[in-house]
Design a protein around this ligand. Structure first.
Ligand code: B1M
Length: 232
């Protein structure tokens, strides 16, 4: 007969092994771009008690990283990458309300968008979700946003944070142009500007006059909150 402690250890082992199987299946299914299968898998994982944050950070994101690597290595082609990206985006739509459960109130307002000429939205949406989860009201402008749309959104919504994302070396300069447009409109000092995206660096943020750079969506919230606290 097992003691209660032994029973709990056995249960924990079983639970961890089920979850790690779920997470690796989620990564694999995302890589293979099977959207319907992925949806069912994530729903089952959630029903079996998986943490939505774990599904995102240990299932979906490593899967998407692998997609990027495979594409780079020539092991995946554009239609396949698009299928995976669509499956990722649908999964994020499903998980978003659950990730927002930790929403504790009004930390501030953020306007976020992907700059003009750039259609990549996964990292930007992830950053938006993280800010929402941390209690910010987020106005997500979407992809391919011209400078005037950022400027108009800052005038209209009066956010304390403006976030910009760029995934292409060719579209990174648009971020500096938006900052210049904010200066011209006399509203640069009203917002803290944070930028991110795979080719973006801290050094680049300094060059274009952004206040903050974050290497990933999770740290973006932390970096912003620290900056705002110090500024008080
Ligand atoms: Co694109 N693409 N793509 N693509 N794509 C990259 C970015 C690329 C690195 C692939 C490669 O060559 N290895 C390359 C860019 C090279 C460069 O300029 N340095 C590239 C290219 C070249 C292109 C096209 C030009 C291809 C073509 O048509 N010949 C074309 C451009 C279209 C356009 O934008 N005008 C193109 C198109 C596409 C798809 C449409 C097919 C699709 C996008 C679908 C979508 O987003 N809905 C796509 C994808 C999926 C990728 C890869 C494979 C994955 C990007 C992604 O979503 N990653 C990518 C390769 C890669 O990155 N390894 C690639 C997952 C996401 C979570 O990461 O967005 O980096 P990421 O976000 C990170 C951080 O960067 C950060 O947080 C996230 C992690 O937590 N972050 C922020 C991002 N934004 C932030 C904002 C913040 C803070 C942090 O605060 C505001």
């Amino acid at each position: 007969m097992l003691t209660l402690k032994e029973l709990l250890i056995t249960y924990n082992h079983k639970y961890n092994s089920i979850m790690s199987t779920y997470l690796s299946n989620i990564s694999e299914t995302l890589i293979s771009g099977k959207g319907d299968e992925l949806k069912k898998l994530i729903e089952s994982a959630v029903n079996d008690g998986a943490n939505p944050g774990e599904i995102l950070n240990q299932g979906l994101l490593p899967g998407m990283d692998a997609v990027g690597q495979k594409w780079k290595d020539g092991d995946m082609f554009m239609p396949e990458v698009l299928r995976s990206a669509k499956a990722m985006s649908n999964s994020m739509d499903y998980l978003r309300p659950m990730l927002k459960e930790g929403d504790m109130g009004n930390a501030g307002t953020m306007v976020i968008g992907t700059v003009a000429g750039d259609l990549h939205d996964i990292g930007k949406d992830l950053a938006a979700m993280m800010f929402e989860g941390a209690g910010y009201k987020v106005i997500n402008l979407g992809i391919d946003q011209p400078g005037e749309s950022f400027v108009n959104a800052v005038k209209e919504h009066q956010p304390n944070i403006l976030g910009m994302s760029a995934l292409l070396t060719t579209t990174m300069p648009r971020m500096g142009e938006v900052i210049n447009s904010l200066k011209e409109a006399g509203i640069r000092d009203q917002v803290t500007v944070i930028i991110g995206g795979a080719p973006v660096t801290e050094e680049y943020a300094g060059e274009i006059g952004a206040d903050l750079y974050a290497p990933n969506a999770g740290s973006a919230v932390e970096i912003t909150n620290e900056f705002l606290q110090q500024a008080q």
